[in-house]
Design a binder for this molecule. Structure first.
Ligand SMILES: Cc1cc2nc3c(=O)[nH]c(=O)nc-3n(C[C@H](O)[C@H](O)[C@H](O)COP(=O)(O)O)c2cc1C
Length: 369
């Protein structure tokens, strides 16, 4: 199997095995959280990826932090996403929307009525969050009451329905990187003693109810899930990740969703890797992400370790990454300073291959590029 061959994901045949990883880029309208026209340009430039997974998109008004993040909980936002999905489809691409809720990683300086962020338990994330008054420690969140958990499941249901209406090919449930679903999954952040905390089965319940809601709205073949067992930087942790994610993979397999997307850095030591076990348990499309380059991705696909490889930073800097990989062409370098700053620069002005060569040739002859 080759990175450049078509691959099956749910009922979709994707043109190749490169996935553009979800990347929050803070380029939406700061108040309405609607994607601006540049967002359609950005994604359509990258439509040659087999699949684009959109930036993490907020499912509720209470999920709010850095300005410029996008959302999909109201009708105007649905309308604003339509030109984005249409632009990708016009280029022959496919795009799923990643759906998330910040949970304890929101901040009361930005939430409606300055309410405390919500989480499974009143345990603060480690680290700091950007607020209008500068960097502040993450707040101690308010633990959701049992009857309030169902409303957050409904938030994801509405977002999945909205994503379908906005023209997305499916949704990716963001159960990774320390956000609300991840907070429920891991016992470092979830110390509940009700139906949503305690055993692995109870901690996974929130995720699985959300997956079931998304399946109700869109069908299992249009739903994927992203997990990050190795993510610990904000203090989120689990006492037995192998058991937790094995159970999650089994449950997702039972539901027949389109794909499981595992963030497992390519440098992960062999004895800590969960991919081999999870891939055996989950028979749908398997996406691996983090730290891959052309050669390691080709190897992972050839060895059958994954069906698709997701690239994050390389897709930021190389809209035509697929073509560059095919031709073994040089790559643009991602400019970290412009990852989250808003505006077009560092977003839609990375050169395509021909343009790079043009600039390089001009530079070689001493002409201004
Ligand atoms: C600017 C930036 C924004 C990101 N935003 C998201 C996001 O919205 N959702 C998500 O699941 N991961 C997000 N990630 C993580 C990437 O999807 C990816 O897992 C990570 O960059 C590692 O892959 P790479 O080595 O190919 O860059 C982000 C990463 C970067 C650099």
């Amino acid at each position: 199997m080759s990175l450049f061959q078509p691959g099956q994901l749910g009922e979709l045949e994707l043109a190749n095995r490169l996935v553009m990883a979800p990347l929050g880029r803070a380029r939406s309208d700061e108040r309405s959280r609607e994607p601006l026209p540049r967002v359609a340009t950005y994604y359509s430039q990258r439509a040659s990826a087999g699949l684009i997974v959109s930036e993490a998109t907020h499912v509720a008004a209470e999920s709010v932090s850095r300005p410029g993040g996008s959302a999909i909980h109201d009708d105007a936002q649905v309308e604003a996403w339509k030109p984005v999905t249409a632009a990708v489809h016009a280029e022959g691409g496919r795009i799923f929307q990643q759906l998330f809720h910040l949970g304890r990683k929101a901040h009361q300086s930005r939430t409606p009525n300055h309410q405390l962020p919500v989480a499974p338990s009143a345990i603060a994330a480690r680290g700091e969050v950007a607020t209008p008054d500068g960097q502040q420690p993450f707040p101690v969140p308010r633990a959701l009451a049992l009857e309030e958990v169902a409303q957050r499941v409904e938030d994801f249901r509405r977002a999945a329905r909205n994503a379908g209406q906005a023209g997305f090919d499916g949704v990716e449930i963001h159960a990774a990187n320390g956000y609300l679903i991840d907070q429920f999954l891991r016992d470092g952040a979830n110390q509940r003693s009700d139906a949503y905390g305690g055993s692995v089965e109870k901690r996974a319940r929130f995720l699985l109810e959300i997956v079931d809601a998304a399946i109700d709205e869109l069908g299992a073949s249009r739903v994927g899930v992203r997990v990050s067992p190795h993510f610990r930087v904000d203090g989120i942790d689990d006492s037995d990740p192998a058991a937790l994610y094995a159970y999650v993979a089994d449950q997702l397999q039972a539901r027949g969703i389109a794909y499981l997307h595992l963030i497992e850095p390519d440098s992960t030591p062999a004895n800590e890797r969960l991919a081999p076990d999870l891939r055996q348990r989950f028979k749908g499309a398997f996406i691996l992400a983090a730290e891959f380059d052309r050669d390691s991705a080709i190897r992972a696909i050839a060895e059958g370790r994954a069906d698709f490889i997701a690239f994050g930073r390389l897709f930021i800097a190389n809209p035509d990454l697929v073509e560059r990989f095919r031709r073994q062409a040089p790559l643009n370098t991602p400019d970290e300073a412009s990852f989250y700053v808003g505006g077009d620069h560092g977003y839609i002005d990375y050169p395509f291959l021909g343009e790079t060569q043009f600039h390089a040739e001009r530079a070689a002859t001493g002409e201004p590029a």
